[in-house]
Design a protein around this ligand. Structure first.
Ligand SMILES: C[S@@+](CC[C@H](N)C(=O)[O-])C[C@H]1O[C@@H](n2cnc3c(N)ncnc32)[C@H](O)[C@@H]1O
Length: 362
């Protein structure tokens, strides 16, 4: 959908926070794949909704952030890095090419070790075919699918990415287009959810919050069905309450850990908090410096109450936090200490360590 207004546009606060997370993740992703003991022969970084590479005020867009992370972090000069950028707005494509030229006046890698393609067209028409042409499949691909929130991407592409070696997706989804236009949206919208129309049941839900949760749950399930074993999904919320839902899909525990570290390290200057869409009280997860652990406490209590009566080892609750929540394993013991001081759980000894057993009090 071509841009209505001027190009470039203002950077929203949650976009600043999103870029900070991308930057931190890419500074980990490129070296893990390229500078390890056994570097991959090639890796592809691909964006289906690249934008113009710049915002009002000169802030860099995601394509520039990605190339800069490669330049700053990777020492391996022999593997091939393929970078692909698609956008259906001619002004964005023109400006993105200009941005690459002006921000990287000297080619950062040789033509044999860096292929870069900037293409005009829709993500559906161009992204998958360009990945074919660049012979990207069979080696890792990170696909960033950052649309205006409507995710016009084929389910087939998601499945192919999930099946491909060490490949991951970062997707932004806005719930508003689906909630507002459900009755007008045709089969294209079902395709976003892998052809499953269950998302349309939102019309029967009583509140805006319930509708939002329903869409997010349906989308999470779509990515799981497509084949991504691990998902990290959260909403970035700025000071005006505007939210952006970000989903990361991977098949590697390390990828999940690194993305989680990147999200928790996001610079607080953006004034943006994040929220676990699974928390029924929709509480933001950090205020300036301290993470709010109450939502994790609620999730751990639910887990303990549905687990064995004899209780659960803290190590398994740390795994639960890593795989099933937006929290890090490091948050678990602090949270359990607080639950115990409130009398909501008890433990097999005074010290709480990874091997301790805790149970919900009756
Ligand atoms: C949210 S912006 C991308 C911002 C960019 N990823 C960044 O962070 O700097 C969305 C972009 O998607 C483009 N776009 C919208 N619909 C599209 C489609 N179906 N296919 C390709 N590009 C599309 C718009 O022109 C716009 O540049």
């Amino acid at each position: 959908m071509p841009v209505d207004g001027p190009v470039p546009w203002e950077r929203a606060d949650h976009t600043g926070a999103k870029h900070d997370i991308y930057r931190r993740y890419l500074k980990r992703w490129f070296p893990i794949l390229l500078d390890g003991a056994k570097p991959y022969r090639s890796v592809t970084y691909a964006e289906g909704f690249a934008g113009p590479g710049i915002y009002v005020g000169g802030h860099p867009g995601s394509p520039i952030i990605a190339l800069q992370a490669l330049v700053d972090e990777v020492t391996n000069t022999s593997s091939l890095v393929k970078m692909l950028f698609v956008d259906d707005e001619p002004r964005c494509i023109k400006m993105l090419n200009e941005q690459f030229r002006s921000r990287f006046p000297v080619r950062p890698r040789t033509p044999d070790t860096l292929w870069s393609k900037v293409t005009l067209g829709t993500c559906i028409e161009k992204l998958e075919s360009a990945l074919d042409e660049m012979d990207s499949w069979g080696q890792p691909i990170l696909a960033v699918l950052d649309s205006w929130g409507n995710v016009p991407v084929t389910y087939r592409l998601l499945k192919r990415l999930a099946d491909n070696l060490s490949s991951e997706v970062i997707i932004t989804l806005g719930t508003q287009p689906f909630i507002r236009f459900v009755s007008k949206m045709g089969s294209d919208a079902d395709e976003v959810f892998g052809g499953d129309p269950t998302w349309r049941a939102l019309s029967d839900l009583p509140s805006g919050a319930a509708k939002r949760q329903h869409i997010l749950t349906c989308y999470r399930q779509t990515l799981q069905r497509a084949g991504f074993k691990f998902l990290l999904d959260f909403e970035l919320i700025d000071t005006r309450g505007e939210s952006l839902y970000l989903v990361f899909g991977t098949n590697h525990r390390r990828g999940l850990e690194k993305m989680k570290d990147s999200a928790w390290e996001v610079d607080r200057v953006y004034g943006v908090g994040f929220r676990d869409p699974r928390d029924e009280q929709a509480e933001a997860l950090f205020e300036l410096t301290e993470p709010a652990l109450a939502p994790l406490g609620r999730l751990l209590l639910i887990r303990l109450k549905s687990g064995p009566a004899a209780g659960m080892r803290i190590e398994s609750l740390r795994e639960f936090a890593l795989f099933e929540t937006v929290y890090r394993p490091e948050h678990v013991i602090r949270t359990l200490r607080e639950l115990r001081s409130q009398g909501l759980i008890d433990s097999d000894g005074q010290a709480l360590t990874r091997s301790s057993i805790v149970r919900a009090t009756p």
